[in-house]
Design a protein around this ligand. Sequence first.
Ligand SMILES: C[S@@+](CC[C@H](N)C(=O)[O-])C[C@H]1O[C@@H](n2cnc3c(N)ncnc32)[C@H](O)[C@@H]1O
Length: 317
Amino acid sequence: MNHSFLGKYQIYTKDLTYFPLDWSTIFSNNNKLIVEIGFGGGEFLIGLAKKHPEYNFIGIETSLTSCYKIQKKIHVNNLSNIRIILEDARFAIREFFFDDSIYKIIVNFPCPWPKKKHSKKRLFSEDFIDTLSGVLETNGEVFLTTDVKLYAEEVRENFLNNGCFEVTPLKTDFEIPIKTRYEAKWEAQGRSEFFLISRKKCKKPIRRLLEGENTLSHKKIKTVNLSKLKSLQNFKYKQEEKVFFISDIYSNCNSPETNYLLKVFSDDAGFSQSFLVDVSKRHDGWIIKLDDIAKAYRTPAVKEAINKIAEELESNG
Ligand SMILES: C[S@@+](CC[C@H](N)C(=O)[O-])C[C@H]1O[C@@H](n2cnc3c(N)ncnc32)[C@H](O)[C@@H]1O
């Protein structure tokens, strides 16, 4: 198959330097935005985008395979009104959308994560519902369909507790207009469906990690204390909500003593990333920078990691 379509519909958000995103430039029009979270096989998103060329559709998924497969379908159907983001929707909705900018959000059969030990993975947390109240237009709606009654009840309760949403009672006689893979699966097992609409009436402030211009310049230092560099393995840093940990240090077998990669795990108020920091000798000193291949968002913790590593390497202590 010709793969010329790859990269045409997916937004590579880690390459971008300005947040939230300007969707009217991306789509070249000002049509209203409809977002589907966890589009899976993509049947619903593709079907809706075909039916409604007057809206712009954005699909957010954590599965690379789903993102790859849907791009083929967008291409085959020649749709210009869909874009795809590979990211956790809890981060993506907060960082990539301006306040009051989304018309509708659709979530079909999300993972309910029923076990208590997995509760942090649930989509509709208190924080996420605060975010939804910010990014939805006034009267904008969240549509949820699920096969798990307890989950639907819990989500309904969470929206009501937020105080910014009008919420419908749970409906059971509803059928979503385009059958999704999971809907077909649950139907075949004779399970019921529960449907809920939450309509935004007011909003809570959003605290974003990436707002505005988001670049990260290289750090240049004159010399590197190599024994200090090697001792940075297991280095832990925490300042308020900025946390990072250096788990490994690798040297380049082709240029030992002049090129290192540090494997770093970071956390910004619960948002975790892992990335590499490149430490390389140049003719006039050393460069410390975020590695270009293993990409990361330039969050406050990532910026702090680059600065702190440069500071540590430059010191004699
Ligand atoms: C049970 S499947 C449902 C797929 C599809 N909506 C359907 O009805 O067939 C849940 C989907 O949500 C995706 N997902 C789970 N957590 C997510 C998150 N935090 N952000 C975006 N997608 C997520 C999963 O990768 C999976 O494809």
